[in-house]
Ligand binder design. Sequence first.
Ligand code: ATR
Length: 277
Amino acid sequence: MISGRAKLAGVAGWPIGHSLSPALHGFWIEEHKLDAAYVPLAIAPGDFKDAFAALPKLGFRGLNVTLPHKEAAFALSTGHDEAARITGAVNTIVFDEGRVLGRNTDVYGFSQLLRDNGIGSLSNRVAVVLGAGGAARAVIASLIGLGAARVVVVNRTLDKAQALAALFGARVVAQEGLAALGEAYLLVNTTSLGMAGQPPLAVDLGAMSRGSAVIDIVYRPHETALLAQAKALGLKAIDGLGMLLHQAQPGFAAWFGVEPKVTPQLRAHLVGVMERG
Ligand code: ATR
């Protein structure tokens, strides 16, 4: 039950119907018995600017922003955190007395996913990143932040991989093909390939050495074919759900004043929501 004083936040995207964020934040709101609501906001691209400007007037404390609005949210923010500046994209907004703080918590979310899986420092390590879109940018920023010696970006469109690499300096390089897999400690898929309804991702992981890890930021299905292959080869297989859970924490804390926890119960709840479709 919410009262007339309920704290409000939500997630803006187009489409938004498949977002797990309302179930995720709703779980925490219930867990902490907060007088708060977190709602899906289906906002068409052409309406984003007007709708965004209206939200603080409607009493919203902030919002999450997902596809295709992350760059528009960056442009409409009056202040940015470092991760937002590095990525040029904003996924978390805090409205604060007329100011609009734009943050990118995907970078933090990916770093926490690695830490949860026992991967703290990447010094002397090589990582291969598949894809060169917005998700790749956040992942690369995180890998560099954790000290990766080299990040190799492999993408269908080489130009985009080269442009992305150029943003990060000498430690990030674009390559054609997967020759770097043999020396990779981590492989991260940031493309949508392998997601339910998308074409499969055809990558042979046979060259990766034991002790290395494969991370798929796709989490629908929960275990992608890429992760199944990694497991079969005895590699560490890490799904992307943890990134979603961790990226949600800073926004929740800022809007609702409670530091929520990522727990096995939360994870199980969201896996259940996904299974029910
Ligand atoms: P996001 O912001 O979620 O990363 P995006 O910017 O659209 O989304 O990036 C999607 C990534 O998946 C891109 O690297 C894209 O490759 P291109 O740069 O060549 O477009 C990659 N991708 C999408 N569909 C693909 C396909 N069928 N084959 C190979 N790569 C694909």
